[in-house]
Design a protein around this ligand. Sequence first.
Ligand code: GDP
Length: 420
Amino acid sequence: IENIDRLKIVVVGHVDHGKSTVIGRLLYDTHSLPQGTIDKVKKIAKETGKPFEYAYLLDAFEEEQKQGITIDTTQIQFQTEKREYVIIDAPGHKEFLKNMISGAANAEAAFLIIDAKEGVQEQSKRHAYILSLIGIKKVYVVLNKMDLVDYSKEVYESVKKDMTEFLDTLNIKPIDYIPISAYYGENILEKSDKLDWFKGKSVIEAMDSIEKEKGLDKKPLRFPIQDVYKFDDRRIIAGRIESGTLQVGDKITIYPEGKKTTVKTIEYWADRDKTDVVSAGQAVGITVSDEFFNKRGEIIAFEDSKPLVTNSFRASIFWMGKNNLIKNKTYKIKLATREIEGELEEIIKVIDASSLDSSEQVQKVALNDVAEVIITTKEPVAFDQFSQSQVTGRFVIVDGYDVAGGGIITQAEEEKENKE
Ligand code: GDP
C-alpha cells in the first residue's frame, strides 16, 4: 500500500564520495536497524580485521529487505520522528537511469553527495545533469568527509562555489549545501560542534523540512478514459481518476479535442454504490449529458487546469530495445490510456548509461542509452509535463510488439505539420 505521506529521496554522487556511508548513518542514527544487525556487522568487521564501515550496514539492511519479495531492493525505508522515507539507492548507472527515466522511482527530492576533499568530480556533474533531466527540483548538496579537511569553512565555500557555477548551467538552485562527516556522524542527526560556523540544517532536519507535494486529490483533474461501455441506453465512460476530484454537475472538457460537457451521474466507483464525488486513485464510471462520441485514450479535465495538447513533445527517454531507435520509422506510443503512432523527430543528446558520457549529433539511440529527444505523434495528444503530472507525463515506446523504451515529457513543442 502506497503511504502517501512517505517521502521518496534519491541519493546520488561520485563513487566513493560516501553515498552508502550516508545512508548507513541515516539508518543507524534513526534506529532503523535491529541491534542484531549492527552487532553482526561489527563482529564481521572485527573478525576480518577491517574497520567498521557504516556502508556495511546498508548491505546488511538490503540483504534483510530482499527476503520480503514485495520490496524493491533499491529502495530503503526508514523513519524519523516526523515521517517515513524511502531512499532510492542506485546499484549502478543503468538501473538508476532506468528507474528514474521510466518514472518508476518517482523521487521528489535528491541529496547529491560530494567528497569535500576531492571536490566536484565528473560524476557529480553527470548525476546533477540527470536530476535536471528528470525534473527533480528539491536538491540538497551534501559536502561529506569534512573531517578530512578539518571541518574547514574555506574548503566548504570553495566546493560550494564550484558546484553552484555548474548547477547554474542546469538551472538547479539547491535548497542548501550541508557540510557533514558521515563516518563520524557529524551534522547527520544533530548539528555538529565541529561545524559551528554552519548555520543551516543537519541532514535529518533538512529531510524533515522538505515540503511534500500536495495530495493527488488536490491537483488538477486528470481522468484518462479507459473504455466507453454502452449499457441499456446509456454510455458509461470508465477509467481511473489519476489526480483531482470529480463531482456530479461538474463542467468538464474532453481532450485533445476539447469537447465540453457536464457530468450527469457517477455510476460506480471501485466496488461501491452510487456516489456524487470521486477522487484520485478511484476507478469510476460516469455518464455525461451530451451524447457525442468519446473513446479510450481521451483525457477528461477542467478547462482552467487543462493538459497540454499538441502533436510534438520533448522527452527524456531510456532505451531498452534490441533495435536502435531511429528516425523515419513508426513506433507505437502509449501515454496514459492513449495509444498512437509516433516518430522520432530529433535527437538532441544521447548519454551512454554505463559511462554517462554524452554526445550530440548522433543519428540513433542504442540499447541502454538515455537520450533527450523530440517525438512527434500522428495526431495531437493530451499530456502533461512529468513534473506537473506523473501518469499523463510518462509514456512508453513500443517497437513491433516489444516495449522498447520509456520516458518522461519535459516540454511541449509547437504543433508540427502533419507529414502525410
Ligand atoms: P559510495 O561509493 O559513494 O557509496 O561511498 P562509500 O559510502 O562506500 O564510502 C567510500 C569510502 O569513504 C569508505 O571507505 C568510507 O568509509 C569513506 N567515508 C565515507 N564517509 C566518510 C567521512 O565522512 N569521512 C571519512 N574520513 N571517510 C568517509
